[in-house]
Design a protein around this ligand. Structure first.
Ligand code: AMP
Length: 446
């Protein structure tokens, strides 16, 4: 940090906010915070192009809270819409941290939980509402949430919202809101969809563009391993966790719920009680609990699908592991952006199977940067077992793929002699089945 770097105290903030920031140990604004503050306070519509991890949440919260005056009116004046329930809770928590020395009523509303409790909360009067889109509409349809006095409307992670199919709901909300309002939108990328929405609803917005699109945060160290299949990925992960104690808070991405559950089961055997899993089939309390245990350090690893992990704001994630490579290269950028937050360095490790090399190359092209390949550690067992999902679909493909798997070529996969004999994944599953049978037999005998 250079001497002429601006501090929060140099910005036009008030004492309660400065005290709260001081309590949090934040002295210097991040670049997006410094840029956003004067623009947002001017009352103009604005679009912030920034990834999670850049401090974008405070970038919009600080100016909004700075301008929020004390009021006893019941109808909210600020509406913040985010894509997931987890993000609602996170943003509410961030607001509570910043308003420690202010009198601000904030409430979070989201679907999948009792609407009546939320109605009561809204009825009690709120200044700021943080919400998922569907619940805003539900509560406003029954006239519980009155939006006619909203002055500031924030849409966070708008690209993700559109991906999740919230387009119609967002438009519906914008139609209900009073015409005279400040619109603020944050997005990691500026897609055509997002631009179309801006063109229709925003009035001469100011763009706060922080990063070149597709550029990962410079402070993230990226590495990769070439791996054979699911079980080898599992073995590699176990090896890394067993030998690298710096991997203390690992966010691990998988492409679907099934892999998340399968991996969780595999990990529980060797690392019981330190791995959590979060995906959309988990109940909401389970999801909250998983995030909490990860945050508190009870769990060293959180296995997550992309949708669930978007916007997750867990501090100090030491490593992001791409257990598999995402199809869309920009998703890779989002994933690795979860580590290396604020002023910390992070490490992103990708486990790349042969058929994903093409996806890796797409990511490298987007970043204009190579992801170095590390040699597979000798100790990691190359397991040739394939899962049901890895089984090729058609007969011909079947043969071709099997051949590839059994006789890997070149630098991609060199199987160690000792590994040829052992088949840990299979053996482990046998053991699991045996234990399960034993458990069932015992139960029956009782
Ligand atoms: P965000 O990009 O909003 O998800 O924020 C990423 C993380 O950075 C959060 O954990 C914030 O608490 C933290 N953060 C936000 N602003 C600052 C700051 N000025 N200095 C240090 N950390 C910050």
């Amino acid at each position: 940090m250079t001497n002429d770097a601006k501090k929060f105290s140099d910005l036009n903030l008030n004492k309660p906010l400065l005290r709260a920031l001081d309590d949090l140990g934040f002295e210097y604004p991040t670049p997006i915070q410094e840029k956003a503050l004067p623009i947002l306070m001017s009352g103009r519509d604005a679009i912030g192009i920034a990834q999670t991890g850049t401090g974008k949440t405070f970038a919009y919260l600080l100016p909004i809270l700075r301008q929020l005056t004390y009021s006893e009116q019941r109808q909210p004046r600020v509406l913040i819409v985010v894509p997931t329930r987890e993000l609602v809770v996170q943003v509410v928590t961030e607001i509570q941290k910043l308003t420690k020395y202010m009198s601000v009523r904030v409430g979070g509303v989201y679907g999948g939980t009792n609407i009546n409790t939320q109605k009561t909360m809204v009825h009690g009067g709120l200044d700021v509402v943080v919400a998922t889109p569907g619940r805003v509409i539900d509560l406003s349809t029954v006239r519980s949430l009155q939006l006619n006095l909203i002055q500031k409307f924030v849409v966070d992670e708008v690209d993700e919202m559109l991906n999740l199919g919230f387009r119609a709901q967002l438009l519906q909300i914008m139609d209900i809101l009073p015409v005279k309002r400040q619109n603020l939108m944050f997005s990691a990328t500026l897609t055509e969809d997002v631009e179309a929405m801006i063109a229709k609803y925003f009035h001469k917005p100011e763009y706060i563009e922080l990063i070149t699109r597709g550029t990962p945060l410079a402070k993230i160290i990226q590495r990769s391993y070439n791996v054979l299949n699911f079980y080898t990925r599992v073995n590699l992960l176990k090896y890394l966790l067993g030998t690298d104690y710096d991997m203390s808070k690992v966010l691990l991405f998988v492409k679907n719920k099934k892999i998340a559950d399968d991996l969780y089961e595999e990990m529980e055997q060797d690392f019981p009680g330190i791995v959590g899993v979060i995906h959309s089939n988990k109940s909401q309390p389970q999801r909250f609990k998983a995030v909490e245990q990860f945050e508190d350090g009870v769990h060293r690893v959180l296995i997550a699908t992309d949708v669930m992990a978007r916007g997750l704001d867990v501090k100090d994630i030491t490593h992001v592991v791409n257990f598999d490579m995402p199809k869309d290269p920009s998703v890779y950028i989002h994933r690795i952006g979860r580590t290396g937050r604020a002023d910390k360095t992070g490490i992103a490790i990708s486990f790349v199977i042969e058929s994903e090399q093409i996806l890796k190359r797409a990511v490298e092209a987007l970043m204009n940067k190579k992801i170095p390949v590390l040699p597979m550690p000798e100790e990691v067992e190359i397991n040739e077992d394939i899962t049901q999902d890895e089984k090729p679909v058609t007969r011909d493909k079947n043969l071709a793929k099997l051949k590839k798997i059994v006789t890997p070529t070149g630098a991609f996969m060199e199987k160690k002699e000792k590994n040829k004999k052992v088949n840990l994944g299979g053996a482990r599953r046998q053991e699991m089945l045996r234990r399960e049978k034993e458990r069932r037999d015992k139960k029956r005998d009782r």
